[in-house]
Design a protein. Structure first.
Length: 367
């Protein structure tokens, strides 16, 4: 059975397929991250990038060092990834650094030094996503910052995320008009050592058509590095849903069209395993891949046959209807149905979702 083989942990990981913890709202626990450091390389993933939007020391307060306890937890996570053969990355978002950069530059280079010294990341991502882009000479400012970081970082792999990381009109609606020739300037002038994140035709793309990716390759002067916003559920609408179904429309041919593929998971770490287990299957099985069979295998391997059958039956409520539209009677019924199994971590997250614990973070403006 190909699906069981894929879940056996015996297949080598894809070095260019990985996970970026890059969502808004409450990030994962350190325990969940430690579990992923083991799970990812056994299920086809080659890297993990730590970039939760809630970590202010990577975003609004990037100029400050992490408190020692948090830095030690990060050190441990980096070690756990490396011990399991998983490349470890950090996503740094130097928000506002381009305002009076000469004054802020020493603090930024000190942060890069700290990241190198304490965490020794294999990957450093410089992220300018989800921040106001209506600045004259935006590309010039971001290029200066990125090149400074590249000159001082010891990371073996560098990735750049532009402020306009898709052709989705929602980005200009939320963050202001894209400056003229912004993407062309980034593509032509960004150091060739950098790969460039791209979310596809939409912020949350359901597919990545080959003509689109070829066009973007021309625009950026290199193959895009996919930032795949499935199964993430941090948006104002998306936070009402559990995205549990298998990956679709990610054909094996993507491997020739992109530089890499990073998946942004849900706020629910344990439930994210269900769809995440299926993407490497899509790459490996190619045209033989069947999303329903892949999810069935993933559910059985993760939750066992009884809970697997329950979740499959309730998928339309979790993924199509969503919490906001469930009646009180439906919520009460689901709670009573899953409560006897609350010790299982997947079920515990379903119960917490039903209780409304996964609150939407209004900082997330793209949905």
């Amino acid at each position: 059975m190909p699906y069981q083989t894929e879940l056996s942990g015996l297949q080598p990981p894809f070095p260019n397929l990985g996970l970026i913890e890059g969502f808004f709202g409450k990030g994962w626990s350190w325990e969940a991250r430690a579990r992923y450091a083991q799970w990812l390389p056994r299920h086809g993933y080659g890297f993990y990038i730590y970039a939760p939007k809630e970590d202010g020391y990577l975003r609004k307060h990037w100029a400050l060092p992490w408190p020692e306890a948090e830095l030690e937890a990060l050190r441990q996570l980096a070690r756990q990834c490396r011990d399991n053969g998983l490349a470890f990355g950090v996503g740094l978002s130097p928000m506002g650094a381009h305002h009076d950069y000469d004054r802020k530059r020493p603090a930024l280079l000190e942060k890069v030094r700290l990241i190198d010294e304490a965490l020794q990341p294999d990957i450093l991502a410089v992220l300018f996503d989800d921040m106001k882009g209506d600045t004259p000479d935006l590309a010039h400012h971001q290029l200066t910052i990125a090149h400074d970081i590249a000159a001082h970082s010891k990371a073996g792999r560098l990735i750049f995320c532009p402020s306009y990381y898709s052709t989705d009109p929602v980005l200009e609606k939320v963050f202001g008009a894209m400056p003229p020739r912004y993407l062309e300037d980034i593509g032509q002038q960004l150091d060739r050592r950098f790969e460039i994140f791209w979310t596809g035709p939409r912020v949350c793309s359901s597919e990545y058509p080959a003509p689109h990716l070829k066009q973007v390759t021309e625009l950026l002067g290199r193959k895009p590095f996919l930032w795949d916003n499935y199964p993430v559920n941090d948006g104002s609408k998306a936070s009402s849903f559990l995205h549990l179904r298998a990956f679709e429309n990610r054909p094996a041919e993507l491997v020739d069209l992109v530089a890499g593929h990073a998946v942004n998971p849900m706020k629910q770490a344990a439930l994210s395993v269900l769809p995440l287990a299926t993407l490497p299957m899509s790459y490996r099985l190619g045209k033989q891949y069947d999303a329903d069979k892949a999810l069935h295998a993933s559910l059985n391997a993760t939750c066992g046959p009884q809970i697997s059958a329950m979740i499959e039956a309730d998928l339309p409520l979790f993924q199509d209807m969503g919490l906001a539209l469930l009646t009180q009677e439906q919520i009460a019924h689901l709670k009573s149905r899953y409560l006897p199994f609350q010790d299982q971590v997947c079920v515990n997250e379903i119960l917490r979702w039903l209780a409304g614990e996964y609150v939407f973070d209004p900082d997330c403006l793209t949905d």
